[in-house]
Design a protein around this ligand. Structure first.
Ligand SMILES: [Zn+2]
Length: 186
């Protein structure tokens, strides 16, 4: 029994280790949006966790340089992510590793496409709304920061289109675990 989402790709479970930092509130909220971030670094999943041990921050998910997903905070809970209480209550935050550092802060295609696919799944399975400019945000939507960086800023429309494409696939997909059928008594 894992606490991670029932995604159709592997999700590394770092929820207990993030919980040990104390940088999470275990209150449940209905989520209404997804917020994308960049690491402002080239962290591994574990490296990002180590960083969050030294500063008061967290996010629900991270997508690394290879496009792999890790989860740190349960979807409905409050991550210390966007610098805004409503945003932390109502949004699901996804971090992305950078491919290059500043000033360009690029993010590899495999990373942002992995994040877009995960976001599409979350809109279909956890939020229940079609992604649009009104609910797919970058961090700076919520507070004074340039996160998710200039590179992601320039490709927002492409990212949104990828999230919508994933949403359209996932919203009609059968649940990951089908109920077991029992033979009818005769
Ligand atoms: Zn951010």
């Amino acid at each position: 029994m894992t606490a991670t989402i029932a995604y159709d790709l592997p999700v590394t479970d770092l929820i207990e280790q993030l919980n040990a930092t104390g940088h999470v509130y275990h209150n449940a909220y209905q989520k209404t949006s997804v917020t994308l971030h960049h690491n402002a670094a080239r962290f591994s999943h574990q490296g990002l966790l180590e960083n969050w041990k030294t500063r008061p921050a967290s996010a629900h998910f991270d997508v690394d340089a290879a496009g792999a997903v890790a989860q740190y905070v349960k979807v409905n809970e409050y991550a210390w992510a966007v610098g805004n209480m409503t945003g932390n209550q109502r949004s699901i935050s996804i971090e992305m590793a950078n491919a290059t550092l500043g000033p360009g802060w690029t993010v590899a295609d495999v990373t942002w496409k992995g994040a877009a696919r995960l976001a599409g799944w979350l809109f279909a399975k956890a939020i229940g709304e079609r992604p649009s400019k009104n609910n797919l945000f970058y961090h700076h939507h919520w507070s004074a920061t340039v996160c998710a960086g200039p590179y992601m800023e320039g490709i927002y429309d492409k990212v949104l289109a990828a999230v919508q494409e994933a949403y359209d696939q996932f919203k009609d997909a059968p649940p990951a675990i089908l109920p077991r059928t029992r033979p009818r008594p005769r």
